[in-house]
Design a protein around this ligand. Structure first.
Ligand code: SF4
Length: 375
């Protein structure tokens, strides 16, 4: 199987998790509980950990939220990234209170002097900064020069801030160059990655609800990852943060960059299909949620072409009018009554899970890219 050749970037440490330098691509989300609501935010962080997040970002809009961040940092199973806008003093407080990374939007942090001050303090704590350039808050001068928030404008903005950082010898940096337009986002990251080897946080901003946002995220983030670009991802969705993690992990797994869970292959059906395939696939999908091992499972609509069409599957079933077949890597291993096909598939999966030492019904866990531990 062909593999993606990842672009080499400078590694940065976020708590116990490495971003860049060839480390596994990490998945992150952001809490959306009330800022400063300790109990609700900790619950959500734990749910994100359960869903498989590697990192989590928390908004710090005021002093109360910065104090809460300090309490969360003690209990959180995941490294915390403080999200700061407008007030650089909040970033200082977040550093004092245990943030593992600071994300700033340089367009609203108050100028290059404030950015320099922040970098100096981050260096004392050995904490990286993410410079998150965003099309919505691009400098007016660049907007005018480029005739809009184009990819070239976003890159010029990022390179300008990078120059400020390099002037003081601060290189513990992650960059993002987000726009809500998918192609602008892709182009900006491509351009930046040609110029500099800093690790990149990928995302399409304001992508929308899951029905369309997950597609924008998959296209934008997926195209870049397929080019070997990107070290950590966030799929922005107007949905529960856990859904962002699940979608992000699916994007990584679909490209073979990480393997977390069973991968279901099913045929689109055609005139040869001998059963109602949709309900069968739905049942298999539900069954697979109880396994936490990476395995390719196929559900195909006819015995004639099914095994061959799903040759890459570790285990598969092909439905028939009366009898169905079970196959492994395209080779038929059993024929069974159609009514017993699901049961037979489950037996095979349990056998495989036992062989791999991963019994079914396992819960999902924190991402395996670092030293996280779900509470
Ligand atoms: S597996 Fe059979 S039913 Fe499914 S698309 Fe292929 S030929 Fe059609």
């Amino acid at each position: 199987m062909d593999k993606i050749k990842r672009r080499q970037t400078i590694p940065v440490k976020v708590g116990g998790v490495t971003i860049g330098g060839g480390a596994p691509v990490t998945v992150q989300s952001m809490t959306n509980t009330g800022s400063g609501d300790y109990g609700a935010t900790l619950d959500q962080i734990n749910r994100l950990c359960e869903a498989g997040a590697d990192l989590v970002r928390v908004a710090v809009p005021d002093r109360g939220a910065a104090d809460t961040l300090g309490r969360l940092a003690v209990k959180s199973p995941l490294p915390l990234i403080a999200d700061i806008h407008f007030d650089v003093k909040l970033a200082f407080l977040a550093l004092d209170n245990g943030a593992s990374k600071i994300r700033i939007n340089p367009g609203n942090i108050g100028g290059r002097d404030k950015l320099t001050e922040l970098a100096r303090k981050a260096r004392e704590y050995k904490v990286p900064l993410r410079i998150g350039v965003n099309a919505g808050s691009l400098e007016k001068s660049l907007f005018k020069k480029h005739g809009g928030a184009t990819a070239a404008a976003l890159v010029e903005s990022a390179l300008g801030y990078l120059q400020t950082m390099e002037d003081i010898g601060f290189g513990d940096l992650v960059f993002s160059l987000k726009a809500s337009d998918v192609y602008t986002t892709i182009s900006a990251y491509r351009l930046f990655s040609k110029a500099k080897a800093y690790p990149l946080h990928l995302g399409v901003t304001g992508a929308g609800p899951p029905s369309t946002g997950s597609i924008k995220g998959a296209v934008g983030i997926g195209a870049l990852l397929a080019d070997g670009i990107g070290d950590t991802i966030r799929v922005s969705l107007t949905a529960s943060p856990s859904e962002e993690i699940i979608t992000g992990r699916r994007i990584l797994q679909s490209l073979g960059l990480r393997a977390f869970a069973p991968d279901l292959i099913s045929c689109p059906t055609c005139g040869r299909c001998e059963v109602e395939l949709v309900p069968l696939v739905t049942e298999v999908e539900k069954m697979l949620e109880t396994y936490d091992m990476p395995v390719k499972v196929a559900v195909m609509g006819c015995a004639v072409n099914g095994p061959g069409e799903a040759r890459e599957a570790d285990i598969g079933i092909s439905a028939g009018k009366k009898r169905g077949i079970l196959f492994r890597q395209g080779r038929v291993i059993r024929t069974v009554q159609q009514s017993l096909l699901l049961e037979a598939l489950k037996e095979e999966l349990d056998l495989l899970a036992a062989r791999r030492g991963k019994l079914g019904r396992g819960r999902k866990g924190c991402g395996d890219s670092g030293n996280n531990t779900c509470l």
